[in-house]
Design a protein around this ligand. Structure first.
Ligand SMILES: Nc1nc2c(ncn2[C@@H]2O[C@H](COP(=O)(O)OP(=O)(O)OP(=O)(O)O)[C@@H](O)[C@H]2O)c(=O)[nH]1
Ligand SMILES: [Zn+2]
Length: 188
């Protein structure tokens, strides 16, 4: 996976500051390109990660029933405007043949996928597919609820509007009761 080029980001931020008519050499801005580069390295760190790498910790436990980790907070960057969108992800799966992963690994996978220039739909689907590939469970259901700053601080300006996306795989695709169980646990 490519390394983030910090010097190039610093150069680009300096150009942006000049382009908006600011003086990049004034005291308050002199270290800004460096800070922004450091911040981008942090918020885009997921580009260097494969979410599946987090599912190497597997416990052989014969639990073939629902596991749900809900309200996992995340921050991502909208790939259209490079402004944040943020909210919570709910990740549910039904393990198969003793492939039960560590609970924190579900949150780590969300983090790895969110810390990239993203679309909410792609976060939702990528988390679901990485669990399917790594754990081969009976089913996976991912629900993401988020507020997009490109819809609040600019553009259509609709603060409070929430976007909900879902990705269902395996038994959740055909079993409406299984989906309802997850939705009711998320709301509980
Ligand atoms: N499907 C999807 N759209 C997104 C997401 N984040 C931002 N968008 C939308 O991406 C679209 C980009 O639309 P454009 O017309 O190309 O850009 P724009 O002129 O800045 O659009 P406005 O935001 O309507 O001002 C907007 O409708 C955003 O709301 C996301 O995660 N998923
Ligand atoms: Zn946007």
């Amino acid at each position: 996976m490519p390394e983030i080029n910090v010097e190039q980001i610093e150069y680009a931020v300096r150009l942006i500051l000049e382009a908006i008519g600011e003086d990049p050499n004034r005291e308050g801005l002199i270290d800004t390109p460096k800070r922004v580069a450091k911040m981008y390295a942090e918020v885009f760190a997921g580009l260097k990660e494969d979410p599946k790498q987090h599912f190497q910790t597997v416990f052989s436990e014969e639990h073939e029933e629902l596991v749900l980790v809900k309200d996992i907070p995340f921050y991502s960057m909208c790939e259209h405007h490079l402004v944040p969108f943020f909210g919570v992800a709910h990740v549910a799966y039904i393990p198969r043949e003793g492939k039960v992963t560590g609970l924190s690994k579900l949150a780590r996978a969300v983090e790895a996928v969110a810390r990239r220039p993203q679309l909410q739909e792609r976060i939702t689907a990528t988390v679901a597919d990485s669990i399917v590939e790594a754990l081969e469970p009976h089913g996976v259901m991912v629900v993401v609820e988020a507020e997009h700053m490109c819809m609040t601080m600019r553009g259509v300006k609709k603060p409070g509007a929430k976007t909900v996306t879902t990705a269902v795989r395996g038994v959740f695709e055909t079993d409406a009761n299984a989906r309802s169980e997850v939705f009711s646990l998320i709301k509980a």
